[in-house]
Design a protein around this ligand. Sequence first.
Ligand code: ASP
Length: 438
Amino acid sequence: MQVKVVKFGGSSLADAEHFRQVASIIKADPARRYVVPSAPGQRFKEDTKVTDMLYACYEKIRNHEDVEELYQKIKDRYNGIIADLGLNFDISGELEYVKNAMMHRSGRDFAASRGEYLNGLILSKYLGFSFIDAENVIFFRENGTFDEEKTNKVLAEELMQHEKAVIPGFYGVMPNGTIKTFSRGGSDITGSIVARAAAADLYENWTDVSGFMMADPRIIENPCAIETITYRELRELSYMGATVLHEDAIFPVRYAGIPINIRNTNEPEADGTMIVAETPYYDTQKVITGVAGKKGFSVITIEKDMMNSEIGFGRKVLEVLEENEISFEHLPSGVDNMSVVVSTSCIEGRREKLVSAIRRMVRPDSVIIEDELALIAIVGRAMVKAKGTAARSFDAISDAGVNIRLIDQGSSEISIIVGVEERDFNKALEAIYSEFVK
Ligand code: ASP
């Protein structure tokens, strides 16, 4: 029989109404055996996520402020869901325990993790599934990194004991027994880890959008959804800020070759987006899979006559960056100049130091740092086959009256990166999108 791991985000479990919807999705397919929930998210725009309330509680306790009123709101969220579902389950003991543990300094991550823990308990009762506490099956190493081998072994064995189970997302345990969370949005990672351990056929990630869009809907009105995307394309788009799935959620399933299906809890009949290792299929109409971009980059341009013949020039420049613990994003270079693109926040407060270190190391004719650069990634596996994608993109950008500051294309040919002034960012994105889609 097929096995599907299903993860539901916070907005999919924000209230009893959504719990009902989630249960009907799970019950509609017996292969949906392992469920990973987030904490209750926003019910409406101004609402506060339970995770944020828990972080706020932690801060209050740390500052010796009274937490009663705020904690009552958290209790109300969970009790409200239980009452609305008509569930015969008393969670008050658990809620008291969590509050006491927070008062006794059980840590910031412990506080945050309880959002998923409590929601998982309720969901398991509601579905009639087993509850597997993530603290018994998801492990971190001493240095805080995720321990994939131990987790995979222990979790796989545990899952085999349960026909159907709920495993709360977002957290695991440190070797000393304290709770540690992944970074924000980390339930996506738990879902992926569970999918790998269950050797699942599919990892369904249920959220509040119908999959990945070809472009950011805040910039492009009603962008088309992406039907199928490869892990590599997704990495390129996520890196540039397209967020639907946590960046690190790709690795466990990618390792195991399990596809991810992004689905919409509020529109379960929509197919959503399939994320796969490889696919021969591509949309011949569109050529590109998506376009995404980010602001906030700086370019360090170093010029020196005869740079091209100076052996070790590039290494020395990169050594300066390394010594200053700055990672670089791109490295476009010319005959007598080399540019290093870095994120502006990384060099803040260290500009002078950087420039003088580069001067000392390579004795250039000039070094300048320019800010307010935006990078745009035009991504598509079909580019390898379709000629002229770069030309079409550049023409579209220049027809929109936008100056291209830099271009970078790796030899893998799945993405072209262009750099434009931040003020031209939206215009350039719109130009690219309409060239390929409309
Ligand atoms: N509840 C956590 C957060 O808000 C984790 C998650 O939802 O994935 O970041």
